[in-house]
Design a protein around this ligand. Structure first.
Ligand code: SF4
Length: 481
């Protein structure tokens, strides 16, 4: 049996959150290979706290320079700098080689981080040219040829780990439909936090969603008992568990059974689903059960309020139901964040403004997800072909590239900043930012704070779409202004 290192490469982006780097895929690979008898060391480099650098902005992102206010502070900021999260590639390489692996399996969790995976592979090949390298993950599954062409990898593994490693000694064909895994804990808000997935796959066909490209459309679930066994091994009673499923509510009966079993065993634990809950499946009865079982916040996916845009994306929406869910959560004093996608095909300045104003008038924080292309989505088949840009860095949501050419980068950033401004108006801390709020409301122009502590200045944000700002700010609900 082999000594194998699994490596989650550092990533370069404008932000990161612990949930994004729970490394569910790498943990799945680890579990399958350990069950097959291999000796595994897993390095999740983006989670190495304190290892953050600021590399120069790559040339292909130069269009963002005009929008970055590097000394910006406060509650309505966009991003300031693109960072490298994790040790340097050389340090990663040294750490990996010190484990004396016979094979290294690199995980690329999204296509937008493909360059980082390749930079790590190049560093490893420089120091250990004969070491076999494999690569897998969602980023690989959507554009495997790009990785093959680098000539760095012995194996380019597409799709799910349960199916794509059967060539390795001891790995049984489809040993699990899906492998139950639990992320290592980190501490936040006074509690240990874990992540897991109960289910994988989603039977729906929203055109903007790329989950099926790796997970397929077949909805599968783990045995609830298997997760309880994993939780038992932590020896914790009061913790927070984040559920990272594609569509947790696709089988409501199963989800309710999970809530019953989980809460019965862990009455002091709390729950959330940061990837978003499909509000279309929520009823008062399910919400009550979720709250009673430990759900402390609801992250809801709205996509859009525009019925034509939704229908073109193969998605349905029910604004009355979403309203009802949000007011019901408020009645129960449960905070909500509702996400919409900005820059869908058919989106316009007006439709984005309507999304912002709908959410402004409801008891929810606004979450905005700029649309980003993923190779394999309709119209975005192959990076580099048909005038599609090749650089993976452009495919980050935070790069706000105008994929559908209907909204500019400036408009996407304006919408992002307006969502933060509305969140500030709803926040308990708004009294701390009176000048900023006043100036923005008076002028209908986005403002922000920049400069050092002693030398703070209130400035108008340059290059914003003032027409969008005006439509939104002039039509804000009375109770917010
Ligand atoms: S319901 Fe959610 S997970 Fe399913 S296809 Fe639509 S966006 Fe993707």
């Amino acid at each position: 049996m082999m000594k194998i290192v699994i490596a989650q490469p550092p990533i370069r982006d404008f932000y990161q959150s612990p949930h994004r780097h729970s490394a569910m895929g790498s943990l799945t690979v680890q579990k399958i290979l350990e069950e097959a008898g291999h000796s595994i060391t897993l390095f999740n480099f983006p989670s190495h706290s304190g290892e953050i650098h600021t590399p120069p902005l790559p040339r292909e992102l130069n269009y963002l320079k005009a929008f970055l206010i590097t000394d910006e502070k406060g509650p309505v900021t966009w991003f300031r700098q693109r960072k490298h999260f994790g040790p340097s590639f050389n340090d990663c390489c040294q750490q990996i080689l010190s484990a004396s692996p016979e094979r290294v399996m690199i995980s690329c969790l999204a296509w937008c981080y493909a360059e980082e995976a390749v930079l790590l592979a190049k560093e490893l090949k420089k120091h250990s040219p004969d070491l076999p390298l494999d690569i897998g993950g969602a980023g690989v599954s959507v554009n495997p040829d790009w990785f093959r062409k680098t000539g760095l990898f012995e194996k380019v593994r597409c799709g799910e780990a349960e199916k794509n490693m059967t060539d390795l000694p001891g790995v049984k064909e489809e040993s699990h439909m899906i492998t139950p895994v639990l992320s290592p804990a980190y501490r936040a808000q006074g509690k240990l936090q874990y992540s897991t997935m109960l289910t994988r796959g989603c039977p729906y066909r929203c055109q903007f969603c790329a989950n099926h490209l790796t997970h397929g459309r077949n909805f599968r679930k783990i045995a609830i008992e298997d997760l309880l066994i994993l939780l038992e091994q932590t020896h914790q009673e009061e913790f927070h568990l984040n559920l990272e499923d594609d569509n947790l509510l696709a089988d409501a009966d199963y989800f309710c059974q999970f809530l019953d079993s989980f809460h019965f065993r862990y009455p002091g634990a709390t729950l959330s689903a940061e990837n978003g809950l499909d509000y279309r499946h929520l009823t008062h009865a399910i919400i009550n059960k979720m709250i009673d079982s430990g759900f402390i916040r609801f992250n809801l996916s709205m996509a859009s309020t525009d019925s034509q845009i939704l229908s073109d994306q193969n998605r349905t929406g029910q604004q009355e139901l979403l309203s009802d869910v949000l007011f019901y959560l408020k009645q129960n004093q449960i905070p909500a964040v509702t996400y919409f996608i900005c820059g869908l095909e058919g989106d316009s300045l007006e439709s984005v403004s309507r999304n912002l104003l709908f959410l402004a008038s409801h008891p929810t924080e606004i979450g905005i997800s700029p649309f980003y292309a993923v190779p394999g989505l309709p119209g975005f088949d192959k990076p580099g072909d048909n005038s599609l840009p090749e650089s993976p860095a452009l495919y980050c949501g935070s790069s706000v590239w105008p994929w559908n050419k209907n909204l500019t980068t400036a408009q996407l950033i304006t919408a992002f900043r307006l969502s933060r401004f509305i969140n500030l108006l709803k926040s308990e801390n708004r009294f701390l930012w009176q000048n900023l709020i006043q100036k923005t409301l008076e002028t209908c122009r986005l403002h922000t704070i920049c400069g050092s502590k002693e030398n703070k200045a209130l400035i108008e944000v340059p290059l914003m779409d003032n027409k969008m700002s005006e439509i939104v700010i002039k039509n804000l609900p009375e109770n917010l202004i």
